[in-house]
Design a protein around this ligand. Structure first.
Ligand SMILES: CC(C)(COP(=O)(O)OP(=O)(O)OC[C@H]1O[C@@H](n2cnc3c(N)ncnc32)[C@H](O)[C@@H]1OP(=O)(O)O)[C@@H](O)C(=O)NCCC(=O)NCCS
Length: 145
């Protein structure tokens, strides 16, 4: 399977929405994705294609002046085939000399496993966003810091 990651634009928003089951039932999420893909608040969206088929996307925003991976998603049918890893590798490459932050729910063992495998370190947690399921923060630091 050939994976190609590219920067996305507002014209790609509906493609991302079609990949995202949560967006199908959540108007707020659809609106957020449209704004993110339009680059609102400096966000940068990327799409990944698997043999030319849209397979996932990621949105990087800002967190206290640092890049922050706000959302990464692999579409159903493409999971566990390296799609998210391809996105992560591209994002990490674009922020090699920065501290790159990301967060996920404690219950998201898949995401946590991927972050740990990629060398991310715990950076704290925020409670009471999703009651009973803390938001765990991770950071990938440049090797020099
Ligand atoms: C988390 C997510 C993006 C991973 O995407 P993916 O394309 O399946 O991930 P990859 O195939 O690149 O796998 C990367 C690593 O993640 C971990 N992983 C992926 N799927 C896994 C699974 N089912 N069980 C355990 N670990 C898993 C592994 O460490 C894997 O590396 P490995 O295959 O070398 O062991 C995907 O599961 C997803 O879209 N989840 C829903 C959205 C979400 O939770 N996003 C994160 C919060 S923003």
């Amino acid at each position: 399977m050939r994976l190609v990651v590219r920067l996305a634009t507002s014209q790609d928003a509906e493609t991302a929405i079609a990949l995202d089951r949560a967006a199908a039932r959540d108007a707020h999420r659809r609106d957020w994705l449209r704004q993110a893909f339009a680059g609102r608040h400096g966000r940068v969206a990327r799409l990944v294609f698997a043999d030319d088929a849209p397979a996932g996307f990621a949105v990087v925003g800002e967190f206290f002046g640092h890049p922050f991976l706000e959302l990464i998603l692999t579409a159903a049918g493409f999971q566990r085939r390296g799609v998210a890893s391809a996105l992560m590798a591209k994002i990490e490459q674009d922020h090699l000399d920065q501290r790159l932050f990301v967060s996920t729910n404690e219950s998201n063992t898949v995401m946590r496993g991927m972050l740990t495998a990629r060398g991310y370190e715990p950076a704290g947690q925020v409670d009471h966003l999703d009651p009973g399921d803390p938001e765990l923060f991770f950071v990938r630091r440049p090797t020099s810091s």
